[in-house]
Design a protein around this ligand. Structure first.
Ligand SMILES: *Cc1c(COP(=O)(O)O)cnc(C)c1O
Ligand code: SF4
Length: 344
């Protein structure tokens, strides 16, 4: 049974006064919900910080409840069509556990519930009509909070209405509720697997989340020919150090999950205490690149406010260029700090 009450949590854990003074009625707040699998990991401060609310959420007067202005870039009610060739379909607002850093907290957990069959048809038809859309992100909330029959219905509608569109199954459930991936559910996925590829998009932020059960849940997809990619969020006090991120990357690769993005925390109201300065983020990125293989290296990325879209944040190795006798040479600093020039 999942935890939904602060009082219940206060008993199970020795909540600090600070944690206890979180106001669940505060503006733009996110409900409290912690799955049993996460409950078992709460002794780890890096896990606790992601799921146990703090009074600091109420004291953030800087952020914006919807910095991406997703509401303004909607194709249909739940479809965010911000990039020409791909769209995100918010299948539900529910998750199995709510992450305190959630950037969709204006939408998440606010009881709009799963998309109805009519809304699913409307989205699939919008996608079929906009032939430039090549990929659809089935996101939320968490896609896998939908019931087996709802998932079956949704995938049937998408596969028949827009069969050539790649589907990204976006979920944190493999980390927070791996039991969800039952034989019955996996059989439904297998039924819809053929045709345009599916990709599993996970969110693991800390190596401790990669439990044996979580790894097994992901393996169910990869064994079926559905590659797995991970999107982490850079979070203060959770994973804002190189050693943790290197261990996370190693564990992801060993679980056949490609580290894809490392997101800069969006300036969402209520999450200020979890954000890392971009300057420090860039330093982490630089250090990671020295330690990780290309396969293990995620792209450090910011989602720009007001629907600006994602941009890669990276330390620049290009220092400038020189021109001599009409020949251009580019000047680089190597990751080890040496200088090299590169003829054009
Ligand atoms: C992030 C995002 C995507 C996918 O972007 P990629 O860079 O291809 O992973 C698509 N639509 C929306 C609205 C997004 O926020
Ligand atoms: S799983 Fe995703 S949508 Fe749900 S609370 Fe966490 S970050 Fe938000």
């Amino acid at each position: 049974m999942a935890i939904t009450e602060l009082a219940e949590l206060a008993e199970i854990l020795k909540l600090t006064d600070e944690e206890k003074s979180w106001n669940p009625e505060g503006p733009d707040t996110l409900p409290l919900l912690i799955s049993d699998d996460i409950k078992d990991l709460l002794d780890n401060p890096a896990i606790r910080r992601q799921f146990v609310p703090s009074a600091e959420e109420n004291n953030d007067d800087e952020g914006n409840p919807d910095p991406q202005e997703e509401a303004k870039h909607s194709g249909t009610e739940r479809l965010v069509h911000r990039y020409t060739n791909r769209a995100a379909f918010k299948t539900t607002d529910r998750c199995f556990a709510y992450c305190r850093h959630c950037f969709r907290r204006r939408f998440t957990g606010h009881l709009s519930g799963p998309a109805s069959e009519a809304e699913i048809r409307e989205a699939a038809e919008y996608i079929a009509k906009h032939r430039e859309i090549r990929e659809v992100l089935l996101t939320g909330g968490d896609f896998f909070t939908l019931s087996d029959s709802h998932i079956d219905m949704l995938l049937s509608i998408f596969r028949s209405t827009c069969p050539s569109v790649i589907l990204r199954l976006c979920t944190r459930a493999v980390a927070v509720y791996p039991e969800r991936f039952t034989e019955n559910l996996m059989a439904i996925i297998r039924k819809h697997r053929d045709g345009a590829p599916m990709f599993l998009m996970t969110q693991f932020n800390h190596p401790a989340e990669l439990t044996d059960k979580a790894i097994k849940a992901v393996a169910g997809f990869v064994d079926m020919g559905i590659p797995a990619f991970n999107q982490s969020v850079l979070l203060k006090g959770v994973n804002d150090d190189e050693d943790t991120l290197i261990e996370l990357s190693d564990k992801l690769l060993m679980a056949r999950i490609k580290p894809y993005y490392l997101f800069q925390g969006d300036p969402v109201k209520g999450t200020k205490h979890l954000r890392v300065d971009i300057e420090r983020g860039l330093e982490i990125e630089k250090n990671l690149r020295r330690s990780l293989s290309g396969l293990g290296m995620p792209q450090y990325t910011a989602d720009l406010p007001r629907g600006g879209g994602k941009v890669i944040l990276t330390h620049s190795y290009l220092e400038g260029k020189t021109e001599k006798d009409g020949r251009i040479r580019y000047i680089f600093t190597t990751p080890e700090g040496e200088t090299r020039s590169y003829p054009d």
